[in-house]
Ligand binder design. Structure first.
Ligand code: HEM
Length: 342
């Protein structure tokens, strides 16, 4: 039986809170992490029972440094590493630290808020919140730039194929690579373009969301460069956000993928260009302020951590990173030998 994935294949929904928390130095973090795993399972079960069909859920991702500090299993998921910046001739995809990422969604804002509050209460003594973005569905699923975002996402069974790890890394089946970037847009400059020129930025028509035909679509448009092949897709769950008082208008880019290398190919094409120098015109109006890679393990993985399964034969990856009260390792490098683990 395949391990149950976290809620990574679902659609973006109405309201979202994205959170990034980083562990404090010199703290024992293992016990709190164990409780966080139990809480994430609890929040999802509770959301489903209390508000059925409202899509309330919370997905947790774990960064490379945190994985090592917590002593989670080794070998690690094959492509889990710290994201390295991608430096193009004009634009750079920055890399920022992220230990834990939470992707909370729900039809009602209230449940999203309560989930975030419950997580914060547990994490606060040992970690700091470094990012919190409240995203919302904008009209008919448009980005804050006014174009529908998500149309070419995989559908049906293809979502699991492109979104979840399979037999290529069988110890982590049911997990996903989770890549996020918080973009701030120069909305004023973008809106100063004529609609025709805005459409050339995306390679799609604005009102009806139809793709431009080949020959008309510019080579430096977003859809020309982000499309790296029909067999290389990811699940995008982007959400717009906006704040009038700070004039911060943005897109929280979030992708779940069976391989990080697919996301990397897209980023290379956008930032370095394809061919080199032919970079994504969208970047002239969009600046990434963050960039982090996480791994979103299956629910069974979270359960094993929550249950504090006794060590078995899998080698722990714990690195003596944390000083003070121990290395923060959970000593659970030997997660339960159940489906999905070896
Ligand atoms: C500045 C932030 C971004 C915005 C506002 C944005 C918005 C959009 C929009 C409006 C579309 C067209 C409709 C659709 O198919 O979804 C699109 C397509 C797409 N985007 Fe983005 N995007 C952003 C960043 C990214 C990044 C960083 C990646 C990859 C790492 C990416 C990957 C894709 C892909 C794969 C497509 C589909 C291309 C196709 O097959 O036609 N996007 N995006």
């Amino acid at each position: 039986m395949n391990p149950q994935p976290q809620n990574v294949l679902d659609y973006p929904g109405e309201n979202t809170i994205f959170l990034v928390w980083n562990f404090k130095k010199d703290q024992e973090v293992g016990a709190v992490f164990q409780r966080i795993c139990a809480l994430v399972i609890n929040l999802n079960n509770s959301g489903e029972i209390r508000f059925p069909f409202s899509g309330a859920s919370c997905v947790m991702g774990i960064g490379y440094d945190a994985w090592r500090r917590l002593g989670l299993p080794a070998p690690l998921p094959k492509e889990l590493a710290n994201f390295a910046p991608i430096v193009g001739g004009k634009h750079t995809a920055v890399a920022t630290r992220g230990d834990l990422h939470f992707h909370i969604k729900g039809a009602a804002k209230g449940i999203c808020f309560d989930m975030a509050a419950a997580l914060a209460q547990l994490l606060d003594p040992v970690a700091v919140s470094v990012e919190e973005v409240h995203g919302f569905r904008y009209w008919d699923g448009r980005s804050i730039l006014g174009f529908v975002d998500g149309t070419e996402n995989p559908e049906g069974e293809k979502r699991a194929f492109f979104g979840l790890i399979g037999d290529d890394d069988s110890a982590y089946r049911g997990g996903s690579y989770l890549f996020v970037q918080k973009y701030i847009h120069d909305l004023k400059a973008f809106k100063a373009l004529s609609v025709e020129d805005q459409e050339k930025v995306f390679g799609r028509y604005k009102e009806n969301d139809v793709e431009m035909p080949d020959g008309v679509k510019p080579a430096n448009s977003h859809s020309a460069l982000a499309n790296v092949g029909d067999d290389l897709k990811v699940i995008r769950d982007n959400m717009p956000f906006g704040n009038m008082s700070t004039n911060e208008m943005g897109t929280y880019f979030i992708a779940y993928a069976s391989t990080f290398s697919t996301v990397k190919k897209m980023l290379d094409a956008m930032f370095i260009g394809s061919p080199e120098g032919n970079y994504d015109r969208l970047l002239d109006f969009s600046t990434p302020k963050t960039g982090s890679l996480f791994f979103a393990p299956s629910v069974s993985f979270l359960k094993s951590v929550a249950d504090g399964e006794p060590a078995m034969e899998v080698v722990s990856s714990a690195a003596p990173i944390a000083a003070g009260g121990g290395n923060g390792s959970l000593s659970i490098g030997s997660l339960k030998k159940e489906s999905g683990y070896e």
